[in-house]
Design a protein around this ligand. Structure first.
Ligand code: SF4
Ligand code: SF4
Length: 416
């Protein structure tokens, strides 16, 4: 491997082959294959490193599949008493493979859009929103779109959110942000919220303004880089990180707080080498800090439907945030809040994993949907746009009448 070989070797040495990771790995639960679980992957990577062999073995289908079949869900890390940085090792191995073989053409195209000029992505989404009804059919109640025509990597069960005519930037131009002498913060919406679910962004801004913040949404934010890093494209991830750090450095001195409602973006931003004055928070952390004021604003209003909650991996295992979203849902739903049997289990989305490994991803999703059905809930909430898209697909496939929503949307409904 590259310049990080020594660090990777040190991490690999920490593994005592205890197998505790096997009981929690969603991929292993479905496949039962040793090379798919952390212990097996690490053994293969260690063998390759120690053998001194290079690309020949690295490119064997068996090795590549073992490295590729990982949701980067951190479940194994949460259960590993030796604190092995398993996802770091998997990402490093993916990078080696990507350097040797190049990216999948679809990922190459997507990453070029994410790392290129923002106008390109914005224009493509606009064109897509006009063209979507040619290739897609609308599902009832605005719950998404299914394909009409054959499309690569998208089967007839795939549900994607309907591309909105107006993205978050358009909506902000129509409804200018409040500007007065109150405390200011930077809002990081992330690409999914910005382009696919801008209403969630507007809900977040509404709640933050009710709490007394002036919200600043820099037009120059870039993608956080999580998806490019997961694919082994570290160069793109580094470029995106640099661009976002630049935005933070150029912000006024009083803009020291960055808030996001995307679990994956928050996890990624928190791992940046942040300027000293900058603090990144998930929206649920901030709401919990401001709980006295929020309770006052709500004045006892609650939602009446039964609601449950899915822990996004990047929130629970990536950032250790479990209490705050539950506190929020109990506040707004009271006794109507019920837990899933396994709220911590990954939903199978894993960034682009759900697109490139559809069958396996759907099997993992099926476990979540079975748990959801058992609760009898009418709403499932989750603080990750990627999880919400995946959960919505599961709900549609199972023909269930369940809303998939971000907790901030429920809160905004009660406050507006
Ligand atoms: S739980 Fe950790 S130490 Fe045990 S086998 Fe898995 S990676 Fe190795
Ligand atoms: S990160 Fe998740 S999918 Fe990957 S090996 Fe660990 S538990 Fe399995």
């Amino acid at each position: 491997m590259t310049e990080t070989s020594m660090q990777i070797k040190e991490e690999l040495n920490k593994c005592v082959k205890c197998g505790a990771c096997m009981s929690v790995c969603p991929i292993y639960r479905q496949t039962g294959r040793e090379e798919m679980v952390a212990r097996g992957k690490l053994a293969l990577i260690e063998h390759l490193l120690n053998s001194g062999k290079d690309h020949h073995e690295q490119l064997s289908d068996f090795y590549r599949q073992a490295v590729d079949y990982c949701l980067l869900c951190h479940s194994c890390e949460e259960n590993c008493s030796k604190n092995v940085k398993i996802t770091t090792i998997v990402k490093a191995a993916r990078q080696e493979i990507t350097v040797a073989t190049g990216l999948h053409p679809v990922k190459k195209f997507l990453f070029a859009l994410l790392t290129g000029k923002r106008n390109q992505l914005r224009s493509l989404m606009k064109i897509g929103s006009w063209l979507q009804l040619l290739a897609w059919r609308r599902l009832p109640n605005g719950s998404g779109l299914k394909r009409r025509l054959p499309l690569p990597l998208i089967d007839e069960q795939t549900v994607i959110p309907q591309l909105p005519r107006k993205n978050l930037d358009d909506l902000l131009r129509e409804r200018p942000l409040k500007r007065d002498s109150r405390e200011r913060l930077l809002y990081y919406p992330g690409c999914t919220t910005r382009y696919l679910t801008p209403d969630v962004g507007m809900d977040t801004i509404l709640v933050l303004e009710k709490l007394g913040y002036n919200v600043v949404v820099p037009a120059s934010w870039s993608c956080c880089g999580a998806v490019t890093e997961a694919a082994g494209d570290r160069k793109s991830a580094a470029r995106l990180r640099r661009q976002n750090l630049q935005v933070m450095r150029e912000a006024d001195d009083d803009l020291a707080l960055v808030v996001t409602g995307c679990a994956t973006c928050g996890h990624t931003l928190k791992e940046y080498p942040l300027p000293d004055r900058i603090r990144v928070m998930d929206i649920s952390e901030l709401l919990y800090e401001r709980r006295d004021m929020l309770e006052e604003l709500l004045q006892g209003r609650t939602i009446k439907e039964k609601i449950t909650y899915h822990d996004p991996c990047h929130l629970r295992k990536g950032q250790g945030i479990t209490m705050q979203p539950r506190w929020l849902l109990r506040l707004i739903a009271g006794d109507n809040f019920v837990e899933l049997r396994h709220p911590e289990r990954c939903c199978g989305s894993g960034g682009s994993f759900g697109i490139t490994h559809k069958d396996l991803s759907r099997k993992i999703l099926g476990e979540k949907i079975d748990d959801l059905r058992d609760t009898g809930a009418a709403i499932i909430a989750s603080g990750c746009p990627g999880c919400l898209i995946q959960l919505n697909e599961g709900v549609q496939i199972a023909s269930m009448n369940v809303d998939t929503v971000h907790p901030i949307t429920l809160l905004a409904r009660l406050l507006s």
